[in-house]
Ligand binder design. Structure first.
Ligand SMILES: [Zn+2]
Length: 215
């Protein structure tokens, strides 16, 4: 896959490509096809190539030479790798992780603001909302990947959800929330949530990858 250098110009719109933008990179095919040449070993905005009037001709030309790294056009018109198309497994895995993390986060948030009576409802609401968010992240995830077995769904879900209690802890620290944690401990606790999310999500991703690889 081509190395992405932030700031390098997009071959289609000519604007510098930023790290925060959605891009798609291509391997070196040493192709002589003029449709492929501008992208061979290059990177382009996903939006630009998806809206390009020669998109379908390019995808067909690329697929005739690229072997395993076949491209598809999704129903919403986006160019992505065929191996990364949304699969039911990703959606289910995202929903499962989202539901578990949502329950923990919902419970923790109620506990942090001192709402003893509603911690269990908080957990249940979190689990339900979390499942939907996780499914959406799982469905969206594949567009970025070039192989069929890698997963960052768990990490993405866990870190994203852990930001909520981290925010509450920080708000507690500045006195906006009736907090249980104080002082230096507060800052540590605020970082502990996303860090735990990173660790737990990573472990869940490796388990999911193991299942994908065995199929
Ligand atoms: Zn562009």
């Amino acid at each position: 896959m081509a190395l992405f250098e932030p700031g390098s110009p997009c071959p289609l719109c000519g604007l510098p490509m930023l790290e925060t933008e959605d891009t798609i990179g291509f391997s070196h095919l040493a192709s002589s096809n003029p449709l492929i040449l501008p992208f061979d070993d290059g990177v382009v905005h996903r939006q630009c190539i998806s809206a390009w009037d020669q998109r379908d001709e390019f995808v067909a030309a690329w697929n005739s030479e690229a072997g395993d790294l076949a491209l598809i056009v999704t129903p919403t018109g986006e160019v992505c790798y065929a191996a990364g198309r949304p699969v039911l497994g990703d959606i289910l895995f995202g929903a499962t992780v989202g539901s578990l993390m949502g329950a923990v986060v919902g419970w923790a948030c109620c506990w942090l603001v001192g709402e003893q009576d509603i911690v269990w409802s908080g957990g249940a609401i979190g689990a339900l909302a979390g499942a939907f968010g996780g499914a959406a992240i799982g469905a969206r995830h594949g567009v970025k990947r070039t192989d069929a077995t890698s997963s960052e769904i768990g990490t993405t879900v866990c870190i994203a959800y852990a930001l909520l209690p981290a925010l509450l802890v920080l708000l507690g620290g500045i006195g906006l929330v009736r907090g249980r944690l104080a002082g230096h401990f507060m800052l540590g606790a605020a970082f502990a949530f996303p860090m735990s999310g990173l660790l737990i999500g990573g472990v869940l991703d490796r388990i999911y990858e193991g299942i994908l690889k065995r199929r």
